[in-house]
Design a protein. Structure first.
Ligand code: FE
Length: 344
């Protein structure tokens, strides 16, 4: 469709996360969803690359007999899950969300977010290569391992409708379908399904084992918590812009999905870490996942379902610590001064 010539400028009030005026999509101004711009700036300030992290200690440790078979298996299992999850996330951003989101500032962040998912996949590839793991074993785990497969299929079920060529927002049903995809993608895939694997990796870090890989995952977790915040902000803004979508039935369905996902996640933890690891046992994982699930529900204004304490309080520190790390500050400085380099 050709763009009509006009001196009328877009009205900020016509901006919507979905179903905004067509002519708005191309220009960033005037910005309404400033949370998206803030997320974009935060993402840039947090920029990192896998190859910046030293892997020598991990390589030596992996070759040595100092890691038990259970530890090796737990590490590979968590890594296997991450590889699938980040690729599914990237596809959902590019093939489902980007097309239907009509806020240019949100699209701007989605571009950054998509790149970050690629960096995460790069990190897994880099870990596989550094440690000399069998890439086929790690990347194909979602086809070979039931617990991985169930989680991937749970997510993919909600992609189907929104990925279809003839899917359009603009009706009550399709808008709810889109919002459901967003809830499953943000609250469940990015907000729940990563977390028992994160816990396992930080278990290694707390033992001072595989610290390079753990550091990679720490940066990934920080990116992911930003992705999650952005998703929550979009959900809450759609609720304000189209309150009719967030009806009683939708809320009940969302709670049901989060409870189902929490169950899938702790079943995954029980199946892949049957003997527990680093003092984290099946009950601990279950309670941790329930605690996380309640946080995701509260973030979008839904009632907590489990009301349990966080059994792994050091997990919140794993996110906070990374913000203060010297390593990271060094990188930030480098990127920020990058533009003033003398190219001669
Ligand atoms: Fe993500």
């Amino acid at each position: 469709m050709p763009i009509n010539m006009t001196k009328d400028r877009p009205n900020v009030n016509s901006r919507r996360i979905i179903n905004g005026a067509d002519s708005d999509v191309v220009q960033l101004h005037p910005m309404k969803h400033t949370f998206a711009w803030d997320a974009y700036l935060a993402g840039n300030a947090n920029h990192w690359l896998p190859t910046e992290i030293a892997m020598q200690d991990d390589i030596e440790l992996w070759k040595s007999p100092r890691l038990s078979e259970d530890e090796r298996l737990a590490f590979k299992t968590a890594l296997g899950f991450f590889t699938t999850a980040d690729s599914i996330a990237a596809n959902n951003i590019v093939l489902a969300l980007y097309e239907h989101i009509t806020s240019p500032e949100c699209r701007m962040y989605l571009l950054r977010q998509g790149f970050e998912e690629a960096i995460h996949t790069h990190a897994y590839q880099y870990i596989v290569e550094s440690l000399g793991l069998d890439g086929g074993e790690i990347f194909n785990m979602y086809r070979e391992n039931t617990a991985h497969n169930s989680k991937a299929n749970f997510i993919l079920t909600f992609n189907e409708g929104v990925f279809a060529d003839d899917f359009h927002t603009g009706t009550f049903e399709s808008d709810q379908k889109f919002l459901e995809n967003l809830c499953v993608f943000s609250l469940i895939l990015e907000g729940i399904f990563f977390y028992s694997s994160f816990a396992v990796i930080f278990g290694f870090q707390r033992q001072n084992k595989l610290v390079g890989s753990a550091e990679q995952i720490q940066y990934i977790m920080r990116d992911e918590s930003q992705h999650l915040n952005f998703g929550i902000n979009m959900i809450n803004t759609i609720k304000e812009e189209q309150p009719e979508l967030w009806d009683d039935a939708f809320q009940k369905r969302t709670i049901k999905l989060v409870k189902e996902a929490a169950k899938l996640e702790y079943e995954y933890a029980r199946e892949v870490f049957p003997k527990g690891i680093f003092g984290m046992n099946a009950d601990g994982f279950k309670q941790y996942i329930e605690y996380i699930a309640d946080r995701r529900l509260s973030a979008v204004g839904l009632p907590k379902q489990f009301k349990v304490k966080n059994p792994f309080p050091w997990m919140s520190e794993a996110v906070d610590i990374s913000k203060e790390k010297n390593f990271f500050e060094t990188r930030v400085t480098e990127y920020q001064t990058g533009g003033t380099l003398d190219w001669n």
